[in-house]
Design a binder for this molecule. Structure first.
Ligand code: BG6
Length: 471
């Protein structure tokens, strides 16, 4: 029975990673080079090389070697009681260059084995189809999602993986944090778009191609695997007005729409009216083909997945900085800040869930939330990460409140349940895990896994379906 202290009985509990941040094996079994493989120092702050420089260190090349160690890691996830595990399929394992006609069988076999292992252990796999892993060839040859040709390449990739894994994977997401097209177009859209007068034109055009590709994916999914679900995925950390000054209030509202524009199109099936003014004022002309609008209208996503890490505030006239966790505006004096400068705001998660459910009335999925912190090994050889327990506990309580508020929330996958490479900084020292991995920022370490204190705590939360949060 669902009492007010437990989560709904079918609530899905687990963790989330991305292939490029965990698997390593960057050139094994026919894999091609992805955009993450040419980045040093993180996908935002780092340098994206045109090709691999063998004298330099790329953190994703070995990452935590999940490619070879997934069985032992899944055993630990099972021990924690995961019912769901989100990962991405690395596009370059399936289509190494992205524009081939035939897929790479060895890559497909890897994900068969990975998903089978999860299922054998009672864990449902959830897949992000594109998580900052577009083949670099598609960037160098076509200009990434600025080219309409990517719609066909992506559709072919979707068709192959849908047919192959339709009986193994129920929940799919097309593009990780698609609204990051504004902040980090190289990561989100595989386009080398620099700041400048043309930026918005290029961002909106590339985004349009992704909207069509998203609709194509939903269409294909309905045909190939009608029982399964395809969602869109956004970074939706919230943005508050810094004061009640109307310029701050409306500015924050407008800034939020910059993100919600993406879910508006993918969930409601049409370009929202507010975008017309932006297109007009910035003289943006989106090239569309005849059937694009109909396709987008007829094939919308069935759920909204999102990441939530932090909140920030908008104060008119002050700069906004971008990070993987969301946008960073003027500081909020009511919040404390993580080791890596991210404001911690559990109540904001409840706020965002309500905001999104009110707007769309479609199921929500919290597929990323977590604390990146500097963990240290104590004298007793253990990691006492109470700060992480506190972070997750407070966020889960607010998530539970959101459910009590009436929001339909399918599940929660904690980001980085095992330490992985940070997308934003390329570091290992920015650790999210309940499981420690012995590796440092220079790539040194045994890769051995060790449970932190949070491991047993999260296990109890899942076992009790949330009741532990109130003990
Ligand atoms: C999200 C990304 O933006 O934030 C992940 O989807 C990323 O790939 C996560 O790892 C946390 O960001 P970071 O920079 O701390 O790794």
């Amino acid at each position: 029975m669902n009492t007010s202290r437990t989560f709904p009985k079918d609530f899905l509990w687990g963790g989330a990673i991305a292939a490029n941040q965990a698997e390593g094996a960057w050139n094994v079994d026919g894999k091609g080079v992805s955009i993450a493989d040419v980045v040093r120092g993180g996908i935002i702050s780092g340098v994206a090389d045109k090709e691999i420089d063998s004298n330099k260190y790329y953190a994703s090349h070995e990452a935590i070697d999940f490619y070879h160690k997934y069985k032992q890691d899944i055993a630990l996830f099972k021990e924690m009681g995961f019912t769901l595990f989100r990962t991405s399929i690395n596009w370059t394992r399936i289509f190494p260059n992205g524009d081939e006609k035939e897929p790479n069988e060895a890559g497909l076999v890897f994900y068969d084995n990975l998903f089978d292992e999860l299922i054998k252990n009672g864990i449902m796999p959830m897949v992000t189809i594109s998580h900052y892993e577009t083949p670099i060839h598609l960037v160098n040859e076509y200009g990434g999602w600025e080219s309409r040709k990517l719609i066909d390449f992506f559709s072919r990739y979707c068709e192959v993986i849908f047919k192959r894994y339709k009986d193994k994977v129920k929940y799919w997401m097309t593009f990780n944090e698609v609204n990051n097209m504004h902040k980090i177009p190289f990561a989100a859209g595989a386009c080398r778009i620099e700041d400048g007068p043309n930026k918005l034109q290029r961002v909106y055009q590339a985004s349009h191609h992704m909207f069509v590709a998203n609709a194509m994916a939903v269409k294909l999914a309905k045909k190939i695997m009608p029982e399964n679900e395809v969602g869109c995925m956004l970074s939706l950390s919230a943005f508050y007005p810094n004061t009640c000054h109307p310029d701050d209030v409306f500015g924050a509202y407008e800034y939020r729409r910059r993100s919600l524009f993406f879910s508006d199109v993918m969930l409601r099936g049409k370009y929202p009216s507010y975008i017309n003014r932006i297109l007009k004022e910035y003289k943006i002309k989106i090239e569309k083909e005849e059937n694009d609008e109909e396709l987008i209208k007829d094939h919308t996503c069935s759920f909204l997945a999102f990441s939530y890490y932090l909140t920030s505030t908008y104060k008119a006239g002050t700069p906004i900085f971008e990070s993987t966790g969301g946008s960073m505006g003027y500081e909020n004096p009511y919040l404390i800040i993580s080791d890596f400068g991210w404001p911690i705001d559990p109540k904001g998660l409840r706020y965002v869930c309500n905001e999104l459910y009110d707007r769309y009335q479609k199921p929500l999925f919290v597929v990323e939330n977590g604390l990146g912190a500097k963990d240290t090994i104590s004298e007793d050889g253990k990691i006492h990460d109470n700060y992480r327990i506190e972070y997750v506990k407070k966020h889960l309580i607010e998530l539970h409140e959101a459910i009590e508020d009436g929001c339909e929330i399918l599940g929660y996958t904690y980001w980085g349940p095992i330490d992985i490479v940070s997308a934003g900084t390329g570091q290992m020292q920015k650790r999210y895990g309940f499981i420690y991995v012995d590796k440092d920022d220079e790539g040194k370490g045994t890769l051995e896994r060790m449970k932190k204190d949070s491991f047993d705590w999260y296990k109890k939360v899942i076992e009790s379906n949330g009741e532990e949060l109130y003990s």
